[in-house]
Design a protein around this ligand. Sequence first.
Ligand SMILES: [Mn+2]
Length: 320
Amino acid sequence: MEIDESEFYNQLLDYNNILYLCHRNADPDALGSAFALKEAIGGTVGVVEGCDRVASQIAKQLNIEFITDPQDDYDFVVVVDTSTPVQLNGFGLKNYAVIDHHATASLNENAAFYLHRNKSSTAEIVLSVIRKMGAPIMRRTAFALIAGIITDTGNFRHATSDSFRAVADLMELSGIEYSEVMDMLSSIPQDVSMRIAFLKAAQRTRIERIDDWLIVTSQVSSFGGSTASSLVSIGADVAIVASKKDGVVKVSARARREAQNAGVNLAKLMEETSAQFKGTGGGHEGAAGMDVLGETENILAACVDYVKKSLAKKSNFIPA
Ligand SMILES: [Mn+2]
């Protein structure tokens, strides 16, 4: 049965011992939403397998208590930010509700009731529930929900006006400063092996300048896609990164919006170049990849040539 925000908490008030269950590898949206509901209504936060890196850090900083892989001995389970049963690793759901924002929602079918909204985060839905209850919003709750909104919207890249409104409301209601949340999120270190890959890639770059365009290539042993993004973030217009594993060369590329507007289409580049090197590839205009066979140097050179030609088509630059 689909219900609205006020009905959602009214139903929950009938239960004593509620488990707010997050999907496996719980992210800040799942954990923050579960924590906020627990603070407002009472119960226990549970996660399947564990939290992701950012959520673990938030739990530590905010002192959020949760149970990993809980038993099914609760009166009622609220499944939070989860759309499919697979994400619960076979947790035996009997009497349960769902609060979620994902498009696919196969868990809703057998739920006692569910609250579904097409928002960019579950945190935004939870905020509406708490506001309908008229419950106060404490600093830790606001902190956790804002962190959930920031991460689920990709640092507001996919934010809607609702996401901004929710953050503004949370700040006003709790007295929290946005900079406090940002300070905490930016203090979370990235995985050390990923940082090493970024640094090594930066060290090994080859830079080609055409007019004011910078085409950058490099090689790493893993994290190719993230590494290409990191090279774009430090100045490349187009970054192409190769990793060789078991004879296969994996190539990941990223391009800035301006380069795309100037004619660079990485999906096409990967499709056509992968055919040339007996592999497969594709993706999006600004982010794409391929798995191919051959000499890494030749493959990267072919990619760079392709980018040069694409840029030349739209400008008067003539490739050498
Ligand atoms: Mn989410």
